[in-house]
Design a protein around this ligand. Structure first.
Ligand code: ZN
Ligand code: MN
Length: 137
């Protein structure tokens, strides 16, 4: 369950809180590092709310995105994942199990002066592809 404080936080951002939306927010906060897709979220919350429609999940994610509370990630072709961690960070994608691991530090990105002078860089996002520790075992 989300605390009253958390609910208040979402309310103050102008998000209408319904029991369905609460279930979606709970799922997102609990599965924070899993980078779920809208389908993942829908499958889970539909168990608790059989009347839940995919549109509700989609609209909630859109509302969160508009308020800067989630970020969309496109790594796999045709699959959009959501990240509740909107702080700048990088990702490692395991091509064997599909796990997406957050990399918060230890990544250095250098951009040559030639590009620095021409391009206005707003954010740097790096995706590493490979085999994760679990899959190597
Ligand atoms: Zn793996
Ligand atoms: Mn992430």
């Amino acid at each position: 369950m989300l605390s009253e404080e958390r609910i208040e936080y979402y309310r103050n951002l102008g998000l209408k809180i319904t029991p369905q939306r609460l279930a979606i927010l709970e799922y997102l906060e609990k599965h924070f590092t899993a980078h779920p897709t809208a389908e993942d979220i829908y499958r889970y919350v539909k168990e608790r709310f059989p009347s839940m429609s995919f549109a509700t999940v989609y609209n909630t994610l859109e509302a969160l995105k508009e308020r800067g509370l989630v970020k969309e990630l496109y790594i796999e072709e045709g699959k959009k994942r959501f990240d509740l961690n909107v702080q700048p960070h990088h990702h490692f994608y395991c091509t064997s199990c599909g796990r997406l691991i957050d990399l918060h530090e230890g990544v250095k990105v250098e951009i040559s002066e030639r590009f620095k002078n021409k391009l206005n860089i707003l954010e740097i996002r790096v995706f590493f592809l490979g085999i994760c520790d679990r899959c190597q075992g």
